[in-house]
Design a protein around this ligand. Structure first.
Ligand code: COA
Length: 164
């Protein structure tokens, strides 16, 4: 167990079982993990930042590793946020090979911006390989079954948003 603060950044719109799997596994490596929903990225999230923070809190409180987890949203550059939080590691989940190029670029750019920051990749488990928040939203919007991908709590919130 490393006494290192790690950041797990993302959009989390919404948090899925795939994200939870990465969080659980990262908690076996690091003592403190900051789950960090981003305000600034190219996406236009369905859930507001406050909603995403609240949902993440609701999803992680029941985890065995909850005492190692914090949820802190950020805006601006991820490396600046990491510095302020005293974090030296970024955790990213890798699903399919198609994730690799983007993730490799992101890790490279972040390391260029701050040479003290390292990215570690955790391979998604077999169930998480093809989950994405966008697919989950699309299925929920069309009143499909998303229970294999998100909790009942998240599913309820999606249905409320889409009024289905
Ligand atoms: N299980 C399920 N889904 C997963 C997953 C897993 N293990 N890992 C990733 N995903 C999905 C997400 O649901 C998401 O799906 P979507 O595209 O349908 O929404 C997708 O994979 C990737 O999203 P995410 O991991 O949330 O990353 P992102 O690309 O949305 O955001 C940031 C990346 C927030 C880390 C990046 O934009 C950032 O750092 N922004 C801050 C600005 C900055 O510093 N930029 C400099 C970069 S050089």
């Amino acid at each position: 167990m490393r006494d290192i603060t790690a950041i797990y950044p993302g959009t989390f719109d919404p948090i899925t079982y795939g994200h939870i799997d990465i969080i659980k596994r990262a908690s076996k490596i690091f003592n403190r993990i900051i789950i960090a929903p981003a305000l600034d990225n190219a996406k236009t999230p369905l859930f507001s930042l406050d909603e995403r923070v609240q949902i993440i809190h609701e999803e992680i409180t029941c985890l065995v590793c909850a005492d190692k987890l914090e949820v802190i949203p950020f805006r601006g550059l991820l490396v600046d946020f990491a510095k302020v939080q005293g974090a030296s590691v970024l955790v990213r989940g890798l699903r399919a090979a198609s994730d690799f190029e983007f993730e490799f670029q992101l890790a490279y750019m972040n390391h260029k911006l701050d040479g003290d920051i390292e990215t570690i990749f955790i391979p998604a488990n077999e169930k998480g390989h093809f989950i994405s928040s966008s697919f989950v939203k699309q299925i929920a919007k069309l009143n499909g079954d998303v229970s294999n991908f998100v909790s009942a709590n998240v599913e309820r919130k999606l249905r409320r948003h889409y009024d289905v």
